[in-house]
Ligand binder design. Structure first.
Ligand code: SF4
Length: 291
């Protein structure tokens, strides 16, 4: 998937007269020298792995540090009461994001999409969506191509690594990918997917990477929730016809430059932000003393 800009991707869609996801699939076929069926099968396998990771969540599991675990189940139970402020779909999304983030912290199998730290965002929006709308695997797999296409552009123009660009590069990118995928699932135009991607990234610009004790647990698990909820709101804004004031490629470039300006203490070293609070620092001391 070798598109270097969203502008180039949208031009290819126009030129080929194909759906956005298919243009991205075709590029993957060309880029990796695989046959079309294999490309689709591999993406479908990632979707199957996301669902299986969700099913494999254990409410009793706790991370080795003891910092996270069990919140996904608390949220799921709360959502079932119907008393949540967010409503059924959004409550399900929050629960799913927590479950996946906790599974990652508990060393269970997850799909790094685009990274392990941000593994909860895409499944959090897609699994409840598929459940609520009875969406088939083919449609979700097609939407995953859209997510991958935008993710690849972000990775090539900026970064998807917290160590390089801060959490905006991980949760921000995942959120942007999920927003674009949701627009695809709702039959929005390619331009709407691009706008949703752009707005989602814009909203999380400047988010720092400050994991307590250097572990992908706090604030990582809960940041998957904001990535997922942000994706939904941006997808809906785009589908409503709301545009991105700054073009997507410029937003991505800006994320790169913000990441470049971030000090090392806010880029996954676990020495700044929440990691440097008295509570974060005390947790790190305790964990590293006992692990
Ligand atoms: S805070 Fe850092 S380690 Fe945690 S999810 Fe964000 S980028 Fe990843």
């Amino acid at each position: 998937m070798a598109f270097v800009s969203v502008k180039q991707l949208l031009a290819a869609v126009e030129e080929q007269g194909l759906p956005l996801w298919e243009v991205i699939l075709n590029e993957d076929v060309k880029d990796r020298g695989v046959v079309r069926e294999d490309s689709f099968r591999q993406m479908n396998a990632l979707w199957a792995a996301m669902k299986s990771a969700s099913e494999g969540y254990s409410a009793a599991a706790r991370s080795k540090s003891g910092l996270v675990g069990g919140d996904g189940e608390k949220m799921r139970r709360y959502a079932l009461t119907g008393n949540g402020i967010a409503g059924a779909y959004l409550s399900g999304v929050i629960a799913e994001a927590l479950r996946m983030g906790e599974s990652n912290a508990c060393m269970k199998r997850i799909v790094a999409a685009p990274t392990a730290g941000s593994c909860g965002v895409l499944p959090a929006v897609l699994i409840p969506f598929a459940r609520a709308n009875k969406t088939g695997d083919r449609e979700i797999t097609s939407a995953l191509f859209v997510a991958a296409g935008f993710g690849q552009i972000i990775a090539s123009r900026a970064s998807i690594s917290g160590a390089e660009g801060g959490c905006q590069a991980e949760i921000g990118s995942a959120s942007a990918m999920a927003a674009a995928a949701l627009v695809c699932l709702k039959n929005g135009t390619p331009e709407m997917s691009a706008c949703a991607c752009s707005m989602a990234l814009m909203n999380l610009l400047g988010l720092v990477c400050d994991p307590v004790a250097g572990l992908v647990e706090i604030p990582c698990v809960k940041r998957n929730v904001i990535g997922a909820v942000n994706a939904i709101s941006c997808a809906d804004m785009a589908l409503a016809g709301i545009g991105s004031a700054i073009p997507p490629d410029e937003v991505i470039d800006s994320m790169r430059s913000v990441g470049d300006m971030m000090p090392a203490c806010l880029r996954e070293t676990g020495t700044g932000g929440l990691a440097a609070t008295p509570t974060g620092a005390a947790a790190a001391k305790k964990i590293h003393g006992i692990l």
